[in-house]
Design a protein around this ligand. Structure first.
Ligand code: ADP
Ligand code: MG
Length: 223
C-alpha cells in the first residue's frame, strides 16, 4: 500500500530552483533513504512533505489518515535545560505517561523518562527525539540527518533501532543522510538527490551507479 507520493514537486526560492520535478513514492513498511550533498534539497523535500514548505509547482499526495512523525535536522533546543525526558516529551502537548513509556521503549530508552536531558549522551538525545516523533504512532516517520554529530558506532546503533521501529510499528520510514555507507544495511531503497533525482534503487545498485559516484566525487578504488 502506498503511503506517500510526490508528483512533479518543484520548489524555488526567488530565482533559485532547489527541487525540480521530484517524483518519489513510499510504500507501507519501507525504509527509503534520500542521499545527496549539502544544499541538494533534502531538507526542503521533507519540509514539503510535512506541509511546512509550499511547492512552487507539483504536489504531495499522502494517503488519508496518515500520521507523520518528523525529526527535523536542526532543533532549537537547549539540551542543558533543567528538564526531564518526560517533560520534554510533553512539549508542546501534554502526553499520557503510558504513551511516553511506549515511545521510549520503541526508541530503546526504557526507564529513562525521569532522567534530566542534560545527563543524556548525544546518541540518547537523538533517541529522545525519535521517541517524541513516535508518540503519536505515525504510519510515516521522517528523519532528517538524525545521526548528525554521532560517531560511527553511535550512528550504527541508531539505524539498528530504526530497523526495530519498522519491525515493531510497521511504519514507512523516509530518512535523509549524506552518507551512503552508513545507511546501506538499513535502507530498502535509496534516492540520490541533487535538485532533481539523479538515480535511485537498492543501495547496492546506487552504490555503483555512475551518477552517484560522480555526484560524490568517488573514484573506482572506493567501490
Ligand atoms: P540539504 O538539506 O540537502 O542540505 P536544503 O534543502 O536545506 O539542502 O537547502 C537547499 C537549498 O535551498 C540551499 O541552497 C538553501 O540555502 C536553500 N534554501 C532552503 N530553505 C530556504 C529558504 N527558506 N529560503 C531561501 N533559500 C532556502
Ligand atoms: Mg538538510
Amino acid at each position: 500500500m502506498r503511503v506517500l507520493a510526490t508528483k512533479n514537486l518543484s520548489v524555488s526560492f526567488g530565482g533559485n530552483q532547489v527541487l525540480k520535478d521530484i517524483n518519489i513514492h513510499i510504500e507501507q513498511g519501507e525504509i527509503v533513504t534520500i542521499i545527496g550533498p549539502n544544499g541538494s534539497g533534502k531538507s526542503t523535500l521533507l519540509r514539503a512533505i510535512i506541509g511546512a514548505q509550499v511547492p512552487t509547482s507539483g504536489k504531495v499526495e499522502i494517503t488519508s489518515k496518515q500520521i507523520i512523525g518528523y525529526v527535523p535536522q536542526r532543533l532549537n533546543i537547549d539540551e542543558t535545560l533543567p528538564m526531564t525526558v518526560y517533560r520534554f516529551l510533553s512539549l508542546p502537548r501534554r502526553q499520557q505517561p503510558g504513551d511516553m513509556d511506549a515511545a521510549l521503549q520503541q526508541a530503546g530508552l526504557s526507564g529513562l523518562g525521569k532522567q534530566p536531558l542534560s545527563t543524556l549522551s548525544g546518541g540518547q538525545f537523538q533517541r529522545v527525539l525519535l521517541a517524541r516523533a513516535l508518540i503519536e504512532k505515525p504510519s510515516l516517520l521522517l528523519l532528517d540527518e538524525a545521526t548528525q554529530g554521532l560517531d560511527h558506532s553511535g550512528s550504527a546503533d541508531f539505524y539498528r533501532q530504526i530497523e526495530r521501529v519498522r519491525q515493531e510499528l510497521g511504519c514507512a520510514i523516509l530518512m535523509v543522510s549524506h552518507e551512503l555507507h552508513t545507511v546501506m544495511r538499513t535502507s530498502d531503497r535509496v534516492i540520490c538527490l541533487n535538485g532533481s533525482i539523479c538515480c535511485e534503487g537498492a543501495p547496492e545498485v546506487v552504490k555503483v551507479a555512475p551518477e552517484y559516484r560522480l555526484l560524490f566525487g568517488l573514484d573506482d578504488a572506493e567501490m
